[in-house]
Ligand binder design. Structure first.
Ligand SMILES: Cc1cc2nc3c(=O)[nH]c(=O)nc-3n(C[C@H](O)[C@H](O)[C@H](O)COP(=O)(O)OP(=O)(O)OC[C@H]3O[C@@H](n4cnc5c(N)ncnc54)[C@H](O)[C@@H]3O)c2cc1C
Length: 490
């Protein structure tokens, strides 16, 4: 029996025979599929709710076609055709997004970018690399490492995600406090707009040429353009790495230590503050961390810089009552940092689990952490609500909350949505931003107006002018339904 489809493609109607013929003309037989097995494989991402559905025999959504472009010209032809035929087009990297961004909720054509995975150039003088966006993150980093460089972008999903995905949802890697987030790494890009226009900016250290369209596309979640190639900054591999950890009596003291480190202009590549619950989960054998907040640091770069930064980290940590725990907790983190098997063991036990990341300025940081944990615990059925802080700035911090619970008074899906609501609305009340690096997708769409205010109408107008038929990833970021009404009348 075929699985039930959660998002039925009820509203968009297009002539599939005509579209298939045109796709075959653009891509050739080997790069187009409408086989059921492929359509079901591309109907999900890594959002936890989609995983729950899967275990219950349901699939989130079902596209009509998958295509695998090999060059930018094919993408240009595709988007021209899709605009003319009014067919949704959904860019797809590896489907590791966690908020439903790549789900084909109105059917249409999935554009799997993985065949566009070339490293076009590594420029050792400028310290840049030019790369097609379908490349797998780990393949990119390993290739750079083999030539003595790093991009410094290592998200936990690095084995299962692409450069295009990082750009589209504004990713942040584990080493972000030194190397920056994805938007800090990009010098120029090539992209295809919904009408098929190919735009390409040139790399420069900085530009003063009016608003930068290329930067505007970073974070656009596949709704404004398909990004095909970028030039990024790269760095020589660090000469020295120093591993440090301290356990603090409270989240407030750990935050204070890290704030003072960053505000002294010291930038450890990795910083992670775990609350007491997460410390117990990950560092149970570390006696000095019992009932405390374990905080790990990785300082790297030239020997002098790494050692100097490590000395400041220790000094500031001690002054906030941090107890030194040595390098072992950081070695443990390195050994387990890609391990996400916990969530897949919990879902079959009927525990509803997920993670939600938000960001806030320092002066509200501890209040936000305490209030969000309290709000998630207040939802009937919650068994555990925990948090860690994993990305830092001179001005503020990103918190990454996790929750797990069972549906006691409502369905599992209602419980899931109630906890999300509690977390996001508490964040808004305190003045935080509703997403730090997982993006909007489907999960956060209902709060776009609260987050953006009057500016939301402005960005919607930009979307309408670039994509009048709403073909690029419809139903994400923007709620406007241009195209849908006309389709109904057809
Ligand atoms: C276990 C796990 C750990 C994770 N850890 C991190 C982390 O440390 N940091 C972090 O930032 N995120 C993390 N994520 C979430 C993150 O969204 C994805 O891992 C990843 O960045 C998405 O890349 P992808 O290639 O899989 O994109 P997909 O899931 O395929 O797509 C994501 C979005 O990007 C769009 N898109 C994809 N390619 C293009 C393109 N070329 N042009 C335009 N739009 C495009 C899609 O339409 C969709 O809207 C994690 C996810 C998982 C499952």
């Amino acid at each position: 029996m075929p699985p039930e489809i959660v998002y039925e493609n009820a509203n968009w109607v297009y002539d599939k025979k005509v579209v298939k013929q045109k796709l075959l003309e653009i891509f050739g037989l080997k790069n187009v599929s409408d086989k059921e097995v492929d359509l079901f494989a591309y109907g999900k991402d890594f959002s936890l709710i989609a995983s729950h559905w899967l275990l219950k025999g349901k699939i989130a959504a079902k596209p009509d076609f998958i295509v695998w472009p090999e060059n930018v010209k094919q993408i240009s032809k595709l988007l021209k055709m899709a605009t003319a035929e009014k067919v949704p087009v959904i860019p797809f990297g590896s489907g590791s997004g966690v908020v439903g961004g790549a789900l084909p909720i109105h059917g249409g054509i999935i554009v799997d970018m993985k065949k566009m995975d070339k490293i076009v150039e590594i420029n050792k003088v400028n310290l840049t690399a030019t790369i097609q966006t379908g490349i797998n993150g780990m393949n990119l980093e390993r290739t750079l490492n083999s030539k003595g460089f790093t991009m410094g972008h290592i998200p936990q999903s690095v084995y299962t995600s692409t450069l295009g995905g990082y750009l589209a949802h504004k990713a942040a890697g584990q080493f972000s406090t030194k190397y920056g987030k994805i938007e800090d790494m990009i010098l120029s890009l090539e992209a295809v707009l919904p009408d098929g226009t190919i735009i390409k900016s040139k790399p420069a250290p900085r530009k003063s040429i009016g608003p930068q369209l290329d930067k505007f596309l970073i974070g656009s979640e596949g709704t404004l353009a398909i990004i095909t190639e970028v030039t990024v900054r790269i760095w020589p591999l660090p000469e020295k790495r120093v591993l440090i950890s301290y356990a603090f009596p409270s989240m407030a003291q750990a935050l204070e230590a890290v704030r003072s480190i960053l505000q002294s202009q010291v930038y450890p590549a990795v910083i992670r503050i775990y609350d007491a619950n997460e410390t117990a989960r990950h560092f149970l054998t570390e006696a000095n961390a019992k009932d405390r907040c374990m905080t790990i640091f990785v300082c790297e770069g030239s020997q002098q810089i790494a050692e100097f930064e490590a000395s400041i980290v220790s000094e500031k940590s001690r002054s906030c009552e941090g107890v030194a725990c040595g390098s072992a907790p950081v070695e443990h983190w390195f050994a387990t940092r890609f391990n996400v098997k916990e969530s897949s063991t919990l879902i079959p036990l009927n525990l509803v689990v997920d993670t939600i990341e938000v960001a806030v300025m320092w002066d509200k940081a501890n209040k936000l952490y305490q209030s969000v944990i309290a709000s998630m615990n207040a939802v009937p059925g919650t068994v555990l609500a925990t948090g860690h802080a994993s990305h830092f700035y001179e001005q503020g911090v990103c918190f990454y909350f996790s929750f797990g619970g069972t549906a006691v008074k409502q369905t599992e899906e209602e419980y899931y949505r109630t906890v999300w609501k509690a977390c996001i609305e508490t964040t808004l009340q305190i003045g935080g931003t509703i997403a730090h690096h997982h993006s909007i997708g489907l999960n956060r769409l209902q709060w776009m107006k609260d987050e953006w205010g009057a500016a939301y109408d402005v960005i919607k107008r930009i979307k309408k002018s670039l994509d009048p038929n709403n073909i690029l990833n419809p139903g994400k970021l923007f709620l406007h339904e241009v195209g849908k009404k006309e389709q109904k009348e057809k």
